[in-house]
Design a protein around this ligand. Structure first.
Ligand code: NAP
Length: 285
C-alpha cells in the first residue's frame, strides 16, 4: 500500500486557525502580536517569501511591519533599525530575511535581535536553549517538521531517526528536536560514507540537503516516516524535494510531498513563535 501523504497545507490551516483565535484573545487584552520583517536587496525569491510572511500575519490578525531596503543599505543602518524594533513594544518578533548582501555580516545581524524577539530561532542563545533543553524559540522549519511527524501518532521513544543535512537552521536543530522527543538520532552529511546504510535503519528520515533524488525507495526501511525539507527543481523546472517521491511512497508509511508538505509549515511556525513571544510579553506586562 502506498504511504499516507502528510498534508502540510491542511495541518497549516488547522494550526493557523488556532493561532488566529489565540491572537484575537491577546489583541482583545491589548497585546496584539506584532512581527517586523526586514528585507535588504532585490532577490526576487526573498521578496516572495517576505510577502507571504506579511500576508500570513494579516490573515492571523497580527500587526506586521515590512521594511524594505536597497542592496547598498549600510550594515550600521540595519543594526540601528533592529535596535529601534527591539525597543518597540508593538513588535514581538523580528525577522531579517536571508541571504543578506555580502557587505552585511549575517551573524552580527542575528545577534543584534533581542533574544525575546528572535522568532527565527537563529541566534546563538536560541541554539543554546535548544541544545540545553530550555524553553526558547525553535527554528521554524524543524519545528514544523516535528508537527508533521506528530500527525502520524508515532511515539518517537525507541525509534531511530536519521537527519540528512547538518545546517544550523535545519539539520542540527532538527536532530536536537528529535532527540528531545526521545528518538535515537543519527546525523548524515556530505562526508557520510554510505548514506543508504544509515537511512535503511531509520524509522524516521528527514532529508534537508537541497539535492533532488538524495533519498530513493531502495534507501528506505519499509514503514518509515519520511519528511522532505528540500526545495529543488526537476528537469521540467517543477518544484521537487530531496526525496524521490514515487519510489519512496511505495516503501514508507508516511511521506510529505513537495510542494505542500514542509513548506507551508515554516511560515505557520513563524506565526506560532511570534504568538508565543507576544503571550510571554503579555505575561510580563
Ligand atoms: P544547506 O545549508 O546547504 O545544508 C545542506 C546540508 O546537506 C549540509 O549539511 C550538507 O553537508 C548536506 N549534504 C549535501 N550533500 C549531501 C549528500 N550528498 N549527502 C548527504 N548530505 C549532503 O541547506 P539548508 O539551509 O539546510 O536547506 C536544505 C534544503 O532545505 C534546501 O533545499 C533548502 O532550500 C530547503 N529548505 C526548505 C525550507 C522549507 O520551508 N521547506 C526551509 C529551509 C530550507 P555538509 O554540511 O557536509 O556540507
Amino acid at each position: 500500500m502506498p504511504a499516507h501523504t502528510i498534508d502540510g497545507v491542511q495541518l497549516s490551516k488547522q494550526l493557523r486557525a488556532d493561532i488566529a483565535a489565540r491572537a484575537a484573545a491577546l489583541s482583545a487584552a491589548g497585546h496584539r502580536p506584532g512581527l517586523a520583517v526586514i528585507i535588504v536587496g532585490d532577490d526576487p525569491a526573498s521578496h516572495v517569501y517576505v510577502r507571504n510572511k506579511v500576508k500570513a500575519c494579516a490573515d492571523a490578525g497580527f500587526h506586521s511591519v515590512l521594511e524594505k531596503y536597497e542592496a547598498d543599505f549600510a550594515e550600521s543602518a540595519l543594526l540601528e533599525r533592529i535596535a529601534a524594533l527591539n525597543a518597540d513594544p508593538a513588535i514581538h518578533g523580528i525577522l531579517v530575511q536571508m541571504p543578506l548582501p555580502k557587505h552585511i555580516d549575517p551573524a552580527k545581524v542575528i545577534e543584534a535581535i533581542a533574544a525575546s524577539k528572535d522568532v527565527d530561532g537563529y541566534s546563538v542563545l536560541s541554539a543554546g536553549e535548544l541544545m540545553t533543553g530550555l524553553d526558547g524559540f525553535r527554528p521554524c522549519t524543524p519545528y514544523g517538521c516535528m508537527k508533521l511527524i506528530e500527525t502520524t501518532g508515532v511515539d518517537l521513544r525507541g525509534k531511530h531517526a536519521v537527519v540528512i543535512g547538518r545546517s544550523n537552521t535545519v539539520g542540527k536543530p532538527m536532530a536536537l528536536l528529535l532527540l528531545q522527543a526521545n528518538a535515537t538520532v543519527t546525523i548524515c552529511h556530505s562526508g557520510t560514507a554510505d548514506l543508504g546504510y544509515h537511512t535503511r535503519q531509520a524509522d524516521i528520515v528527514v532529508a534537508a540537503v537541497g539535492r533532488r533524488n538524495t533519498l530513493t525507495g531502495d534507501m528506505v526501511k519499509p514503514g518509515a516516516i519520511v519528511i522532505d525539507v528540500g526545495i529543488n527543481r526537476d528537469d521540467e523546472g517543477k518544484l521537487c524535494g530531496d526525496v524521490d517521491f514515487d519510489s519512496v511512497r511505495d516503501v514508507a508509511s508516511h511521506i510529505t510531498p513537495v510542494p505542500g508538505g514542509v513548506g507551508p509549515m515554516t511560515i505557520t511556525m513563524l506565526l506560532m513563535n511570534t504568538l508565543e513571544a507576544a503571550e510571554r510579553g503579555a505575561k510580563r506586562a
